[in-house]
Design a protein around this ligand. Structure first.
Ligand code: PMP
Length: 375
């Protein structure tokens, strides 16, 4: 464009202008990545094989999700019409909100929780109503019940939750669904495999229940972007109306059946993470670092005022961790993904070194933190 012409750009919707930007941390990615709750090893070799056997010719065709949706539905004991595959759970959240949130509606969510609920809600004409957890970061059950209003349209609960790692019981979820029959209860089971408890068996039984699952965590397929929503046909038909028929690409679709079939791989990875979590929690206790009990593949720890320095020093020591200080009620708290036992031993060494360095650099802060951890 000629320099003298001043370009005029059409403005996006006011809602979009007001949306918070989401900046996932990037750079220095060759280190031990304990900042995204990803699988820290690799996916199943059977998935790798399936990827290798994809022909160039097959890429000329638009992806066909229906046959794979049928496979995943059977795996969950559901009918295909009750399941929608999505481009990660992120797309699942997006389409669910698009399908159900109207002007004046409320999205109810306990906080701190997964950031994207609030971000996607802010693109709609609904209002997010946050219910703050207490300092123990346990699910704020009674307060959430009290916050249900006639305008509540979606209640989004990550179970287990991130960044706290805390869980909501089946009885609590059922009570919430019963007390808000006019709202969709979204139970996001992204970390289900590390927790082992689900409400997916209640799909179609509880009329307002929708469950989300992802292949980004235990299955190790975050790069392929594969998630799903499952719920009663009467709700899923609206989700499917909003969803692009091609948003899950053919590589992801080809990988899903072998990923589901390789139960041995999944068992191995989950077992490794649970063993590593127990060891790492013990290392945190020994180092005197306050932590929250976790039902997932990460643990939230209290670092205090030096959280930025801690995160930076850990990355210099070759371990990426996630500062969650900007999450509501999480100032000074850092989330550390759990990988294998070997990786977590490396992480524990980096943690102890980092804590010693901080103590040398700022002894008064470190001492104060130690006293607070003894509370
Ligand atoms: N739900 C929760 C609770 C998460 O923590 C995450 C990602 N960290 C997601 C959903 C997103 O999953 P996906 O990669 O399938 O979009």
């Amino acid at each position: 464009m000629a320099e003298s012409v001043k370009a005029i750009y059409p403005a996006p919707r006011a809602r979009v202008q007001a949306m918070r930007e989401y900046h996932p941390p990037l750079g220095n990615r060759d280190t031990l990545r304990l900042d995204f709750n990803e699988n820290t090893v690799a996916c199943s070799p059977k998935v790798r094989e399936a990827l290798g056997s994809i022909s160039a010719g097959s890429l000329t065709r638009y992806p066909e999700r229906a046959p794979v949706e049928a496979i995943v539905a059977a795996h969950l004991g559901l009918a295909p019409a009750q399941v929608a595959l999505t481009n990660g759970v992120d797309e699942a959240i997006h389409v669910l909100f698009e399908a159900f949130l109207e002007v004046g509606d409320e999205l109810l969510l306990p906080v701190p929780t997964y950031t994207m609920y609030e971000i996607y809600a802010s693109a709609t004409d609904a209002r997010a109503v946050a219910v703050q957890a207490a300092d123990d970061l346990q699910f704020p059950f009674e307060r959430l019940l009290a916050a249900i209003s006639p305008r509540t349209k979606i209640i989004a609960i990550a179970n287990p939750n991130s960044p706290s790692g805390s869980a909501t019981t089946r009885a609590q979820l059922l009570e919430i669904a019963t007390r808000a029959p006019h709202a969709v209860l979204l139970v996001d089971e992204a970390y289900f495999h590390f927790h082992g408890e689900t409400v997916a068996d209640l799909i179609g039984v509880v009329p307002n229940l929708i469950v989300a699952r992802t292949f980004s965590k235990a299955y190790g397929l975050a790069g392929l972007r594969l998630g799903l929503l499952a719920g009663p046909v009467e709700l899923m038909r609206w989700v499917k109306r909003v969803l692009s028929p091609y948003s899950v690409n053919s590589l992801a679709l080809a990988c899903l059946p072998p990923a589901l079939e390789d139960a041995a791989y999944l068992d191995w990875y989950v077992g490794e993470v649970l063993a590593a979590r127990a060891e790492f929690e013990a290392a945190l206790d020994e180092a005197g670092v306050r932590r929250w009990p976790s039902r997932a593949n990460f643990v939230l720890v209290e670092i205090g005022a030096l959280h930025k320095e801690f995160t930076l020093l850990m990355s210099e020591a070759g371990v990426l961790v996630r500062d969650r200080s900007s999450d509501p009620g999480c100032d000074g708290r850092v989330r550390i993904t759990i990988g294998t036992r070997e990786q977590m031993r490396q992480a524990a060494v980096a943690l102890n070194e980092t804590l010693s360095t901080l103590e040398l650099q700022a002894p008064q802060h470190a001492q104060k933190q130690r006293l607070e951890n003894c509370r």
